[in-house]
Design a protein around this ligand. Structure first.
Ligand SMILES: [Zn+2]
Length: 358
């Protein structure tokens, strides 16, 4: 992954999307459109002192946009216009947004931001295990983003697929620490302009205004439409089943995920692994972390909120450890979790080579 400047990011975006809306949201909304990255950068510089800067991400039908703007300006020349969903011709990005839960209208603390990063990397790894390519990753100022390249027509079918995926990921990844934003899937949705400063609430030492940053993979490949359709189908099936049925089918899909190579479990990143299964609760002390027990549905007594009843130990020379204090889990070890989830290879840093989409 390589950090890139705003201009290079916009060059990649314009290559796929063509016309881009640059939008400043302050006390009012201002927008302009262009397909030349350097023009957008220079407008962004002019606007950089106040408010927050965003762009659209998807491929706009330029004629439809021009027609829409002309029509609206005839009705009311002073109306502040934005890109409407219906002029987007196709999706060229899948945009996933993790936002720390925090007081309304404030920026994130460093700890909250770190939690969002864990979730975003967990999703990246979860999708790598399903043979998805690497996404771009971004720190948005207050949260973390993933951007996958793709090419999907803006049709009812695509929008239904995206609704199923965002709802499924929301179920899997949102908790009371970090929210997976299921609302960012409409075609004209705005995304932070990376490299600009995100200003939310007062700029304090604890909750500072931050400049957003994006990293691109060296080979930023497209997710194939059939991979998107496959994930949508999985989540659609899951949501139509009872809860216990859906847990079983989730395990089947994980077990069926083709992960190449065999992980060296001494290099298993147990924190990322549990986070990817939405089962990470928080750091306790030293190498100890609180987690949600994979068998918590079978416990007879409820878990404390800090997760101290079920813990994992980071690998320290040997394999990482797992221990659940509930009687029902007596004798269960990290091997039982591996047998249940069957994707531990994907979270080992050694001997695991992620496969790419065909
Ligand atoms: Zn347990």
């Amino acid at each position: 992954m390589r950090q890139v400047a705003t201009l290079e990011y916009l060059e990649r975006l314009a290559h796929d999307a063509g016309w881009i809306e640059l939008c400043r949201i302050d006390r009012w909304v201002e927008a302009c459109w262009d397909d030349r990255p350097e023009v957008i950068v220079s407008q962004a510089r002019e606007w950089a002192g106040r408010g927050n800067l965003f762009t659209t991400l998807q491929h706009i039908d330029h004629d439809a946009l021009v027609g829409y703007l002309a029509e609206q300006r005839q009705v009311d020349p002073r109306k502040r216009l934005r890109t409407p969903d219906h002029v987007v011709k196709r999706y060229c990005r899948l945009f996933f947004d993790f936002d720390p839960v925090r007081p309304t209208g404030t920026g994130s603390t460093a700890d909250e931001l770190a939690e969002a990063e864990i979730r975003a990397k967990g999703l990246r790894d979860r999708l790598l295990a399903l043979d998805w390519p690497l996404p771009a990753m971004a720190m948005s100022g207050n949260g973390w983003h993933l951007q996958y390249r793709t090419a999907l027509p803006n049709t009812d079918e695509t929008r239904e697929q995206l609704a199923a995926i965002y709802a499924g990921l929301h179920r899997e990844f949102s908790d009371d620490v970090v929210e997976f934003d299921r609302s960012v899937r409409n075609p004209a949705r705005l995304c932070a302009l990376y490299g600009s400063t995100k200003r939310k609430g007062p700029n304090t030492a604890d909750r500072p205004h931050r400049r957003s940053v994006i990293w691109l993979p060296s080979d930023w490949r497209q997710v194939h439409p059939r991979q998107v359709a496959g994930l949508a189908e999985f989540f659609a099936r899951q949501s139509s089943q009872t809860r216990s049925d859906s847990d079983r089918s989730a395990q089947e899909v994980r077990g069926g995920a083709r992960v190449s190579g065999r992980g060296n479990y001494a290099s298993l990143d147990v924190v990322r692994w549990f986070a990817a299964h939405d089962a990470y609760v928080g750091h306790l002390e030293g190498h100890k972390h609180g987690v949600r027990c994979p068998w918590s549905d079978e416990h007879t007594s409820p878990s404390p909120r800090n997760g101290s009843d079920t813990i994992v130990f980071e690998a320290d020379g040997g394999w990482p450890g797992f221990h659940c204090k509930h009687a029902h889990c007596d004798g269960r070890t990290i091997r039982d979790v591996m047998a249940l989830w069957r994707d531990a290879d994907a979270f080992c840093s050694e001997t695991f080579h992620p496969r790419r989409a065909a």
